[in-house]
Design a binder for this molecule. Sequence first.
Ligand SMILES: Cc1cc2nc3c(=O)[nH]c(=O)nc-3n(C[C@H](O)[C@H](O)[C@H](O)COP(=O)(O)O)c2cc1C
Length: 174
Amino acid sequence: MSSQPAMGVDEAIRTRRTHKVYGPEPVPRKQLDELFELARWAPNHHLTNPWRFRVIGPNALARLKDADPLGAAKLDRAPTLVACSVVQSDDAEQNEEDVAAGACAVYVIMLAAHARGIASYWRTPAVLRSRAGRAAAGIPEAEHVLGLLHLGYADRDWQPPGREPPARFVTYLG
Ligand SMILES: Cc1cc2nc3c(=O)[nH]c(=O)nc-3n(C[C@H](O)[C@H](O)[C@H](O)COP(=O)(O)O)c2cc1C
C-alpha cells in the first residue's frame, strides 16, 4: 500500500526545493521502495531501464569517506544518500538517451519525495568522479554517474532561486 502524496504534480514541481540541511532521521526503507517503484516509470528509449540506485549504508558511507577524507564531512549532511547512475554500452546514441532517461528517473524520485514531505538535494560530489569513490559506492566502470541524491527531512523552507520566464527559452517556430 503506497502512502498518498499530499499535493498534485504542478504544485510539487513548483514547490520542490534543494535542501542542504536535514534532521538526523533517515528515510524509511518502505518509503524509499515506493520512490524507486515510481522511478521505473520514467521514459526510456528501447526500454533499457538504464538507471541504477544504490542506497548508501554505514559501511559504504565509511568507504566513501575514506575515498575522500576532505569531502567526508559533507557526506554527513543528509541521513539518506543514494548514488544514482546509468548503465552504458558501446552504443553512443543509446548512452546519451540513457543518461537523459536516468536524469528523468532521478527527478521522479525528487518530485515524489517532495510530495510525501521528503526533502532532497541532487549533488555531484567529486568523490563519485574518482575511481576510489565509485568503487566505494559499488558503481562499475561501465556506468555513468549522475550524482549522489541526498534525502531526508528538512525543517525549513527555502526560497526558490530565480527562474527565467518561458519567453526567454521558448520559441514557437512557424
Ligand atoms: C545534475 C545536477 C547536479 C547538481 N549538483 C549540485 C552540486 O554538486 N552542488 C550543489 O550545491 N547543487 C547541485 N545541484 C542542485 C542545483 O544547484 C539546484 O537544483 C539549483 O540551485 C536550483 O535550486 P532548486 O533545486 O531549489 O530549484 C545539482 C542539480 C542537478 C540537476
